[in-house]
Unconditional design. Sequence first.
Lengths: 223, 223
Amino acid sequence: MTENAAVEDTAQDLALADGDRLSLGVAARLSRYLQVLIQARKMGKETISSQELAEYTHINSTQIRRDLSGFGKFGKRGVGYRVDSLVEQIRKILRSVGQHNIVLFGAGNLGQAIASSDIFADHGFQIVAIFDVDAKLVGKRFGEVEVHGVADLERVVEEQDVVVGVLAVPSSSAQDVADRLVGAGVKIVFNYSEQLLRVPPDVTVHTSSPAVDLLYALYFYLT
Amino acid sequence: MTENAAVEDTAQDLALADGDRLSLGVAARLSRYLQVLIQARKMGKETISSQELAEYTHINSTQIRRDLSGFGKFGKRGVGYRVDSLVEQIRKILRSVGQHNIVLFGAGNLGQAIASSDIFADHGFQIVAIFDVDAKLVGKRFGEVEVHGVADLERVVEEQDVVVGVLAVPSSSAQDVADRLVGAGVKIVFNYSEQLLRVPPDVTVHTSSPAVDLLYALYFYLT
DNA sequence: TAGATTGTTAATCGATTAACAATC
DNA sequence: TAGATTGTTAATCGATTAACAATC
């Protein structure tokens, strides 16, 4: 009995423990399931099978069932998973229940496209302000959000408890803007430029790289 | 001798064989090294160590040296890797030497931002045409590229040997445009909308998902 | 020479997959 | 009942890491 219990206490089970972080891989995969689930919910889908999730995420269906069953019995045999409740469960696991305030820097074409879209709002990220150095843009609204002058940055970040800053500026000014965001207290920088950014160790940079994703896809097409 | 040879013929070595595909993981990591290297080259950097690459990619430095040494001895002990030659080596491995023609669908804010940036050109992807359903936009130029009417799509894809289509359109029209691209012969669809796309099995969809990347980064910030 | 960094080994850990009983 | 799909096992494979000799 005791022996069995010990043997069965695998890494999978450890993911359940409150004090433990998910592994990088599990967290990344859960995030992708969530993306598909939220979109499926929008389309009015009520249940989804691990096989369907596999088609959209390119993750093996056994892997998906395994990931999910590590946290509870969310599915119904012969039926699949309820989209609604699975969204909630994964949100709980990823601690992304509720809203997170973010700021957007850069109100050019890219900034406007981001502000006008649902891509962040659908996942619980609310853009509380756009910043731009161009005084002509200050006061304008894109989507629901107003463009502020750079002088407001520190105040907004503090008052609205902003942890994430999104950079939609040219490569040439990306480092300066990142420094400013970090100075204001932002801990996660999402970089849409190509610039390699230097930040303190307690700050995370994520650089968007569509061309890299394409290279990768192309390799498997060519071979 | 024979025994040793067999034992040493590991998965790592197999990556070298001409006929064999890279594993998904290796191809993904090589693509990321390439992204950093190209940017480092732009900044005038001549050599780079595995440690520096690790800082920018969040990939363990031993893993990087291991990945690279599987294909040859590219580095110099005590010095690092020459940025120039490593770019060329990885391009050879990923078979991304030379140019690839791509088309962009959608000339709104996002499409304009993409067309005006270097993000694709820097990695050897040339945007040969932008398409839009809005007749008022046809004939305009963004970056170096002209906006075409949708009627030209099939001809351009065939004449310019286009394999990749980038979708910068609203979710509501994404599936229709994807169908049209696939019909014209495109094999890789890069989807900037949130729409889940259905495509034939020989076509690959890659959906950009900044919010998912943020969720993931935020999880590790919160824990 | 002294310091730095690669290339490689060896050990561990997590991911992947097929298969199938359980059960809706 | 019959069909579908989960939850789980067991086996394999690839990723990860520390450590260090080789060598620039």
